[in-house]
Design a protein around this ligand. Sequence first.
Ligand SMILES: *[C@@H]1O[C@H](CO)[C@@H](O)[C@H](O)[C@H]1NC(C)=O
Ligand SMILES: *[C@@H]1O[C@H](CO)[C@@H](O)[C@H](O)[C@H]1NC(C)=O
Length: 366
Amino acid sequence: MVSNRFLLPGIAALMALSGVDALVPSRSDIVSISRPSSSLHLVPKGCGAKPFEKKKIAVFGAGGYLGAVVFGFLQRAASIVNIITLELDLSLERYGTGIAGGPSPRAICATGSGSDALNKVLGSSFRLAYAGEDLVRLVDTSDVDHIKERLNNYDAAIIGTTYQLERRSVTLNTYEKTPNDKTYEFYLDERYGAWDNDVPSDDSDIHASIFKNTVRACKEAGICHLVVVETPKTVHHVDFLKVLEEEGVPYTYIRTASALKKDVTYTFEKGISNKLGVVRLSLGSKLASVDTTKTEKSLPVNREDIAALIVQSLISLDWAQSRILQINSSVYNVTSGYGAKESRGQRYDKEWCPNSKIFADVLSVL
Ligand SMILES: *[C@@H]1O[C@H](CO)[C@@H](O)[C@H](O)[C@H]1NC(C)=O
Ligand SMILES: *[C@@H]1O[C@H](CO)[C@@H](O)[C@H](O)[C@H]1NC(C)=O
């Protein structure tokens, strides 16, 4: 009996390849021996690389639709780890995600209306999933220290460049100075039906300040990696990239020149809908402004697919590096079969998102 507890993951994988069998899985090497040879290139370099060092993730603007779907996938990704540890299941689909449960994911909003909006999406698209008060923190976006204190011990954060804003009263017993204080709730990337008449038409200063304070707070709180979504409302993407470079927290910056759409009947069992084209642009390259490319007729990208790509990028990509990813829809549609072409006995409780391994594949070659 060979104990491979102390072997490097690569060696363990080679042993699995060369037919060394009867290895007893120990907590530290379940992933490495479980990978079939054809998928060796799928070795995750993000938090999926060390699934038992569970990483805590914060989602800014989680009341917005995109933010809420990211949050829902993260909750699922956290629970999949538990399935592995309980069942010691070794198939690739069930490898650990390295995403923590318990107090994570954490929704970062400005007011109670953010968490209400989050729970509406969790209730309808994630089988009545729920984010209780313990998973939500309301922050004063004008105060770096206030944000920072709510990120202590967190490992990564998902943030937007330009959110949808909604004028709201500061939730009582949080950070109000007088009972009538107002603030802006911020939604990633938007909340359907949000009341945004009360927002100045040129609100770029507000966004610049929220972004700068957020990135600074993340840095001071010791966040190791940021996933930044360039939302369709973004005007000067250069300003946001400049802040990221100045603060120096490694980041994955995700942008698209396509319009975004939403599947109004989305439920997580549907998984991803399109393979997505993902191109890695070199840092500092001059990015085409989205406005000029909007005129090109490109297929819209589903928000649910972007949300899954964000979570998969945390699992798959090296957190120590920064990168810019430009995405579009490809001609390859994908379906889990949910609701239509389901195979007999099809189950959805073993994966955080059906077909997410297609994204793992796409990201592994970047
Ligand atoms: C997506 O982008 C790539 C590279 O930028 C391009 O070659 C491809 O044609 C695009 N796909 C679609 C369907 O527009
Ligand atoms: C993929 O799906 C979209 C909408 O869901 C549809 O418009 C498009 O025609 C489909 N593409 C292919 C190649 O089937």
